[in-house]
Design a protein around this ligand. Structure first.
Ligand code: NOJ
Length: 551
């Protein structure tokens, strides 16, 4: 049996959302053969690992995060033979592939649930949570987290859509079935898992009511289902039974996890997961009441937060680094400037993230600076979270304009529009009609254009990835925040042995004049490692300028 090594500390991961990546057969839906066609593109970018969002058989209530059969490929995406071919082609190019593991819930069409629903004494009944009386928890996708089943006259729990019933990890047989399924994929040769909302698998078995805020219809049960009572035990069991037997990487998606939780989850001595996705930095531009309540980002909050994670996990666990994924708006529109400084700000944001300690994740299209989208009509939106929220807020009396504005800023479909390959119809994503409309900016923002322009965001990412491979300080060094109170400058220092790196990022469209004498002296003496402007005057940063210097 091979022992886990730490290859993932030096890796850069690229996330593919298969539905929107590349359609090879003209049905308007991305597929596995489409991915195979683009592997050379990913290799050219320099990435090491592909994280594949779910490709399993699914009725697609939540685009594959509702799995009907864990060991079958979604028909629209291809066959198991296509999958095996993709795995081989990925490995041939010396890249790796990690799969999404969605085991907090299944689809209501999964065989386990079909059985569970049949009767109260069905052997699968306890694979899910059934109650005579529901508690007051709300679902992440609006409404109650409970659905009534007429057949057996009980309610079942679904923290997400009602087609995503939550699995009950208290049931030992369920855990064993999950482990068997994980082994099936690992034995095929995949290189790890991204684990969907994995810190929600242990619920307080009493399922107590959550706090009810004034004016709210449903309670927030988060503290009873996030980082629950047996979560570490379950992860350690999974590690012992499955993960530890393979040389793989694991990343747990963990909403509501703090740095203290993260230390427990990622401390190598504890044998749980290698790293987690935190949500804290993604919540800084939300007002109380959740993500749809908009608030401008204060850069000082972002600096404080990322510093806390950088320092908190140094030598104790491991960070994942990300700005984007299929659930988040596009970062260049969110924290950058997608109008006058799209290229500069996309490169600046990449610089700021890629010089930190941790494993960086790039979401498809980020490497060409893809932007948020504003469809006029709600009919052009597809995401269940967005559509449910619209209905709920309409009922609560919000205006159409107000709701649409939240969708423009935070909706998940911002990330899910088709990948923009070229300036032909639908951005070259499909020869048919895409399942969701392409972003109208595809004429300007596309892979073809990026590859033809040596100054493009693409080639900048390529350089960032190459630098990480060359400079151990990026992987190993410690982190110190500089100019903590500055409202527009994100500056930090990395140190390792006798090496030092300075990273200076201007998060605004105004010039930033550096006044700190010590910093100025270093800026003058140090050598430029990378910068997003051709020339830099060093003591005054241009709009969205980023510059990295080394001693
Ligand atoms: C997190 C996934 O990233 C998201 O896309 C999904 O809707 C929920 N988990 C439920 O699986």
């Amino acid at each position: 049996m091979k022992k886990n090594s730490e290859w993932w500390k030096k890796s850069v991961v690229y996330q593919i959302y298969p539905r929107s990546f590349n359609d090879s057969n003209g049905d308007g839906i991305g597929d596995i053969q489409g991915i195979i066609k683009k592997l050379d593109y990913l290799k050219m970018l320099g990435i090491d690992v592909i994280w594949l969002s779910p490709v399993y058989d699914s009725p697609n209530d939540d685009n594959g995060y509702d799995i009907r059969d864990y060991q079958k490929i979604m028909r629209e995406f291809g066959t198991m033979a296509d999958f095996d071919q993709m795995l081989e082609e990925v490995h041939k190019r010396e890249m790796k592939i990690i799969m999404d593991l969605v085991v907090n819930h299944t689809s209501d069409e999964h065989q386990w649930f079909v059985e569970s629903k049949k009767s109260k004494d069905n052997p699968y009944r306890d694979y899910y949570f059934w109650r005579k009386e529901p508690n007051n928890w709300g679902s992440v996708f609006s409404g109650s987290a409970w659905e009534y089943d007429e057949g057996t006259e009980e309610y079942f729990l679904h923290l997400f859509s009602k087609k995503q019933p939550d699995l009950n990890w208290e049931t030992p047989a369920l855990r064993q079935d999950v482990y068997q399924m994980m082994k099936y994929w690992l034995d095929k040769g995949i290189d790890g898992f991204r684990m969907d909302v994995i810190n929600m698998i242990s619920k307080n078995p009493d399922l107590p009511d959550g706090e009810l805020e004034e004016g709210q219809q449903f309670g927030d049960g988060g503290k009873y289902y996030m980082n629950g009572p047996r979560i570490h035990e379950f992860l350690q069991e999974m590690n012992k039974e499955v993960l530890s037997h393979y040389p793989i990487m694991t990343v747990g998606e963990m909403p509501g996890a703090t740095t203290d939780d993260a230390k427990l989850y990622t401390d190598p001595e504890r044998n749980e997961v290698n790293m987690i996705f935190t949500f804290e930095h993604m919540d800084l531009d939300s007002a109380p009441g959740g993500k749809w309540n908009l608030k401008p980002l204060d850069l000082r909050d972002l600096k404080d937060n990322l510093t806390k994670w950088q320092m908190g996990l140094h030598n104790k666990g491991w960070n994942s680094l990300y700005w984007n994924n299929h659930d988040q708006p596009r970062v260049v529109s969110r924290f950058g400037n997608d109008q006058n400084y799209r290229v500069e700000s996309a490169k600046m944001l990449a610089t700021c993230l890629h010089f930190m300690q941790g494993t960086p994740y790039i979401y498809q299209g980020e490497e060409i600076g893809m932007t948020n989208v504003k469809y006029e009509s709600l009919d052009d939106y597809r995401d269940i979270e967005t559509l449910n929220m619209y209905k709920e807020r309409k009922g609560l009396g919000y205006s159409h304009e107000e709701i649409m504005n939240s969708i423009y800023v935070k909706g998940r479909d911002n990330a899910r529009t088709p990948m923009q390959w070229d300036d032909t119809d639908h951005g070259g994503f499909t020869k048919g009609t895409p399942w969701i409309k392409v972003n109208p900016r595809y004429n300007e923002i596309n892979v073809n254009n990026a590859l033809e322009d040596s100054n493009s965001i693409f080639y900048y990412y390529q350089r960032l990835i190459a630098l990480r491979k060359k400079m151990d300080i990026i992987v190993e060094g410690n982190f110190e925040l500089l100019e903590k109170e500055h409202p527009a400058l994100f500056a930090y220092k990395r140190k390792w042995q006798d090496e030092e790196l300075l990273v200076l990022c201007n998060f605004s469209q105004e010039e930033v004049v550096i006044e700190n004498e010590e910093l100025l002296r270093k800026i003058r003496d140090y050598q430029v490692v990378i910068s997003n402007y051709e020339s830099s005057n060093k003591s005054t940063l241009k709009p969205y300028e980023a510059i990295v210097l080394k001693k």
